[in-house]
Design a protein around this ligand. Structure first.
Ligand SMILES: Nc1nc2c(ncn2[C@@H]2O[C@H](COP(=O)(O)OP(=O)(O)OP(=O)(O)O)[C@@H](O)[C@H]2O)c(=O)[nH]1
Ligand SMILES: [Mg+2]
Length: 463
């Protein structure tokens, strides 16, 4: 994967027909190949300037397309290498033929993520930025895209670079050696201690809300749970404003969990419709119910859906008993079937059974779309109160980064303990070096080949 001397080629746009499709080249021969494809002089390609030219099949007068051709001369390109693009008509066959022509002229088919890998290797971006590219492409909500875009701009990269520099300075200071005050045997570690403390504080600032940031990036999980026929799937559809899940009056309609993302005023929510709880002999349904329990256990917010026109089933009561204290909303559905007095009475009943914690209770009609806005407001309020909404401000939203920084912090704490105990700074130096290695995994400076392979294989070909 690391043969930078190869010139690579790939289709950069999605598979299928489109208005425009882009073939991308990067490597020492990229511009020569572009010149050969267009039968122009290589020197005639000014960097970053589009030209409308016929694209020829090599060794033939056959024209493959009339397209926009552009060269990007190193280092001013995405990969930092000489690069080129052909912006052709977006038919899959046209694009494949242009790729094949480029291969005939000496390029090689690019592997997944290879363009971005080159950008990383040539220092155009650090590893956290390269990861942000993949996150941005795969983001399913505007807030997740926002987190990725911010990381792509290099704010995290700059913070990490700053921490790396600080650690290197501390190591340099240790290497120079410390003074032993005349009248004491113990070294004066105070300057180094202050430096290590400051670095720990910087790392802590970065790690603030990292747990929430991760949840935020993946979507805050909201599980719709309750007995069969309570109207969970109807509620999912009402929240989505689309007929996503099948709704019938048969108990046990939903067998498998159904997940859909929504954007609630900038909060990414992963709504999970589940199989209704009940005793059943059906194998598939039982497995589905197991999944429901798992979804309920992992959710950041539970919507416990209750059919207001029925008695509360035993299973639902058990679910409520098992989830007291967790962020949840009791959703009294089918409010259209009962009187306002009934709803009032039920509300009171929940206040009694749930004690002073006072569950949030919202009455709705999923079928008629009533009370949905109130429910959304209540969901937002509870998510904010529970703290997960703070993920929006998180600087770290990736578990790999979080773990690397936690390891760095641990090593620095050990160094601090040694320094405080009056040991020679050299002893702490080993821990501080370990901290440097851990931080470098975020920027990629010290990331292993396995880590790099794992990260770049997540990309699509052409990125
Ligand atoms: N009157 C009324 N009927 C509703 C309402 N919500 C759902 N229903 C009806 O209740 C029945 C069950 O609805 P579903 O949404 O399939 O219920 P569910 O909880 O997903 O059921 P399972 O998937 O079997 O667990 C359907 O006939 C719906 O039309 C409502 O607000 N009012
Ligand atoms: Mg259902």
């Amino acid at each position: 994967m690391d043969q930078l001397q190869d010139t690579i080629v790939a289709i950069a746009t999605p598979v299928g027909a489109g208005g425009v499709g882009i073939v991308r080249l990067s490597g020492p021969d990229a511009i020569r190949i572009l010149a050969a494809l267009t039968r122009r002089d290589e020197a005639s390609f000014e960097s970053h300037k589009l030209r409308l030219l016929p694209i020829y099949r090599p060794n033939s007068d056959e024209v493959l397309d009339k397209a926009l051709a552009v060269a990007f001369r190193a280092p001013h390109s995405y990969t930092g290498q000489d690069s080129a693009e052909v912006q052709a008509h977006g038919g899959p066959l046209v694009l494949q033929r242009i790729v094949r022509a480029a291969i005939e002229l000496g390029a090689r088919q690019a592997e997944a993520g290879e363009f971005t890998l080159r950008a990383f290797i040539s220092g155009r971006m650090d590893l956290s930025q390269a990861e942000a590219v993949a996150d941005l492409i795969s983001a399913r909500t505007a807030p997740a895209a926002g987190l990725a875009a911010e990381q792509l701009t290099g704010r995290l990269a700059a913070d990490i670079a700053h921490i790396e520099e600080d650690i290197l300075t501390t190591l340099a200071q240790i290497a120079v050696g410390v003074d032993f005050p005349d009248d004491q045997d113990a070294p004066d570690n105070s300057a180094i201690i202050a430096r290590v403390k400051a670095t720990i504080a910087d790392i802590d600032r970065l790690l603030l809300h990292a747990d929430e940031g991760r949840l935020y990036r993946e979507g805050l999980r909201v599980a719709l749970c309750g007995a069969v026929n309570a109207g969970k799937s109807s509620l999912l559809n009402a929240l989505l404003g689309a007929e996503r899940a099948i709704v019938t009056d048969e108990a046990g309609t939903t067998r498998d969990t159904i997940e859909e993302m929504i954007d609630l005023d900038g909060m990414p929510l992963l709504l999970i419709d589940t199989a209704g709880f009940r005793d059943t002999d059906g194998k598939a349904e039982r497995l589905g119910i197991d999944r429901s329990r798992r979804a309920a256990a992992e959710a950041q917010l539970l919507l416990i859906v209750i059919d207001a026109a029925e008695d509360i089933p035993e299973e639902t009561q058990r679910l409520m008993d098992n989830t007291t204290g967790r962020p949840r909303i009791i959703v009294l559905n089918k409010a259209d079937l009962v009187s306002e007095m009934d709803i009032l009475w039920m509300r009171q009943r929940f206040d009694n059974t749930c004690g002073t914690t006072g569950d949030a209770v919202v009455a709705i009609s999923a079928k008629q779309g009533e009370g949905i806005r109130q429910l959304l407001n209540c969901m937002r309020a509870i998510l904010i109160e529970s703290g997960v909404a703070a993920g929006r401000q998180a600087r770290i939203s990736n578990i790999r980064h979080q773990q690397a920084l936690l390891r760095a912090r641990e090593s620095l704490s050990e160094a601090l303990a040694a320094l405080n105990a009056g040991m020679l700074p050299d002893v702490a130096g080993i821990d501080i070096e370990n901290a440097y290695t851990a931080v470098g995994e975020v920027s990629g400076k010290t990331a292993s080949a396995e880590v790099l392979t794992a990260i770049f294989s997540r990309f699509c070909v052409g990125k």
